[in-house]
Ligand binder design. Sequence first.
Ligand SMILES: [Zn+2]
Ligand SMILES: [Zn+2]
Length: 304
Amino acid sequence: MNEQSKNYGFVYKVVQYAAWPVLLTFSISLTALGFVYDHPMIAFNLSYVILAISLLLLERAMPFEPKWQQKDGQLLADIGHTLVSKGTVQAILVFGGVIGLSEIVKPAVDTQGGFWPADWIMPLQVLLGLIIAEFGLYWAHRMAHEWKPLWPYHSIHHSVTRLWVVNTGRFHFIDSLISIVLGSGLLLIAGSPLEVIQWVSAVTAFIGILTHCNVDMKFGPLSYLFNTPELHRWHHSKDLREGDKNYCENIMIWDHVFRSYYNADYRPPSDIGIKEYMPERFREQLVLPFRWKKVQAGYNSKKL
Ligand SMILES: [Zn+2]
Ligand SMILES: [Zn+2]
C-alpha cells in the first residue's frame, strides 16, 4: 500500500464513523438556531436540504451496496408517494389537526396543571417526546407488518429493490396517516407543547432520511440506541426473521422492550423487496391497497 492510498484509507475510515453523528448533530444544531431566532421552519427545511444533498454526494463517493446505485425505474413513483404522503398528510395534520387539536387539548391540560413536565429543559422534554411518540410509531409500524389488513399500505414502502435517499419518503399516504396519528396523538394526550411536537417531527425527518442512505457508514454502539441505516437494512430483508424487526423510527427503546431488535455481524441482504406483486406506475400503486386481494389473485393465477 503506498502513502497516498494509506491516507485515503484513513480519511475513508474517519468519514465512515463520523458521517452519521456529524450530519445528525449539524442538522439538529441548525434547526436549534432557527428556534432561537424564531424561524424554525426555515432552519428545518434548510437543514433537511443540506442533509439530503450531503447524502446524495456520499452515496456516489462511498456506496454501501454498489448494486443499489442502479436505476430501478421508480424515481417518479418515489417522489410521487413522498409528495402525496408527506405533503397532504402533514398539511392536513399540522395545519388542521395538530394545531387545531393542540389548541383544544392544551387549555384543558393547562387548567388542570397538566402532566407534561414543562419546567424541564427543552432537550429533556424533546427526549421524553421522542420516547412517547416512538411508542405510537412502533406499534403503527409493527401492526403494518403483523396485522394483515394494514400490510397492503405498507407494502408500497417495502417494494423497493434498492435503498437510497430518494425512497426514504415512499409511503402510501394511509400508511403515513396512521403513523402520524398514533405518534403525534400520544404527544397531544400527554399535553406536549407544540415546540416539542415540532422537534420530534424534525428529529424523525433527519433520522429517517439517514436510515435509507446507501452510504458505507459505520455505527458501533450507536446502532444499539438509534435507528441507523445498519438496522433499517435488516428491516428491508425479504427473510422475515430479519425483516420483521427494528420497527422503531428514531430511538430503539421499544424494540428492546418488546424483543424485536435485530442486528448481526454478517452482511445484510442486497436482494430486498416483497414477495407480492407491485405495479410499476405510481397511480396504480396508490390504488393497489384498496383492491389488494383481487390484484394479487390475478397475479398469482397468471404465474401458474
Ligand atoms: Zn416496515
Ligand atoms: Zn425503509
